[in-house]
Design a protein around this ligand. Structure first.
Ligand SMILES: [Zn+2]
Length: 354
């Protein structure tokens, strides 16, 4: 009996133990087992969901983000980030400017999404206030021109800094080698019409021809399209032409400060004009002319003075090159009676060897 009682007790203990173990396993199993499958399935399902949701965000972001600076909305979406920030800004540290310890350099580079034709320059467009106090964007119009444009390029190179150039189409046809020097130095090249007519006095078709021939001339001169940046001659902005540039996704550049250097003959007056207006405004896009002799002579001292007064250069470049219109690419060649077999400049073809 004792044995039977002991065996019964043992059996009860074993039963309880087994039942307890089963219970314990049951208690843990639903938690452990379904958890991974439950969590993995929604994860697998939810993974594509943000990616799909992020795609339209990424596509919309550039349209609203005109001046590239990582938009807050894009931050939580890691996948599209590489496509939103294609290339690092090539800022030139001042210390790396050979032979010039007091070089202006480039404080920062901004990339412009020209979708919809944004306007810059507070004289006419007040939407994009992206410059910090003391920041300056240098722009040079009406080139390329012998001696004057190369002199401006040399001054900029001596300071390891960069600017935007708005060349005239006809000048480009006359001196494509000089425009190529501008491109080789890494500056941004927009366009400034074919023959510098006041577009507010032309029919819409003639204004369009002036713009497109100017854009195509830059392409011919460089052998590649320039940037979708445009400046109206005399800063006259006919509304229907502004709308057209918007449809062409070409950004419009007015100015924050017009140096009026085209009215000035003495280099020192060009310098004082710029510095006086900058002091008043504190920052801004400055309009100068590489076409002008006084400006070309003023450039080295002007840049020195900008540095001495603590200004910083912001370099603006476009996210994408401009799309030229094929019919205008062809038209400028016909107008100039230029051969279509090659667009290489004379200096590339004819070399003085002795
Ligand atoms: Zn001009």
């Amino acid at each position: 009996m004792r044995f039977a009682a002991a065996a019964c007790a043992l059996a009860i203990v074993v039963c309880v133990a087994v039942f307890g173990a089963v219970l314990a396993q049951r208690a843990t199993a639903p938690v452990v087992t379904p958890a991974p499958s439950a969590s993995s399935t929604p994860t697998a399902k939810s993974a594509p969901a943000p990616a799909v949701a992020a795609a339209p965000t990424a596509a919309k972001a550039p349209a609203s983000t005109v001046v590239a600076a990582a938009p807050a909305a894009a931050a939580p979406a890691p996948a599209p980030a590489p496509t939103l920030a294609p290339t690092p800004a090539p800022a030139v540290p001042v210390a790396d400017c050979p032979g010039n310890r007091d070089a202006l350099g480039i404080s920062r580079t901004v990339e412009i999404d020209t979708t919809g034709g944004p306007g810059f320059g507070f004289e006419h467009f007040k939407q994009y206030d992206f410059l910090q106090p003391g920041e300056v964007v240098l722009t040079f119009d009406d080139g390329p021109w012998p001696r004057h444009t190369p002199a401006v390029l040399a001054a900029l190179a001596a300071h390891c800094t960069k600017a935007i150039f708005f060349p005239i189409g006809l000048h480009t046809m006359w001196a494509p080698e000089i425009l190529r020097q501008v491109a080789a130095a890494g500056h941004t090249i927009g366009s400034h019409t074919w023959s510098h007519k006041d577009l507010s006095k032309l029919s819409f078709q003639d204004a369009k021809d002036e713009i497109e021939k100017g854009v195509s001339a830059v392409r011919w001169g460089l052998g590649a399209p320039g940037s979708p940046f445009f400046r109206f001659p005399a800063l006259k902005h006919p509304p229907e032409v502004v709308t057209y540039l918007g449809q062409r996704n070409i950004a419009i550049f007015s100015t924050d400060m017009d140096s009026f250097d085209f009215k000035i003959r003495k280099p020192e007056q060009v310098i004082s004009s710029v510095l006086t207006k900058l002091k008043k405004n504190g920052k801004g896009i400055v309009l100068l002319h590489d076409f002008q002799k006084a400006t070309s002579e003023a450039a080295p001292e002007l840049l020195k003075q900008l540095k001495a007064n603590g200004y910083k250069i912001v370099f603006m470049r476009a996210k994408e090159p401009v799309q030229t219109v094929a019919s205008y690419d062809e038209q400028i060649l016909k107008d100039q009676k230029l051969p279509t077999v090659t667009n290489r400049p004379t200096s590339d073809v004819v070399h003085t060897i002795q």
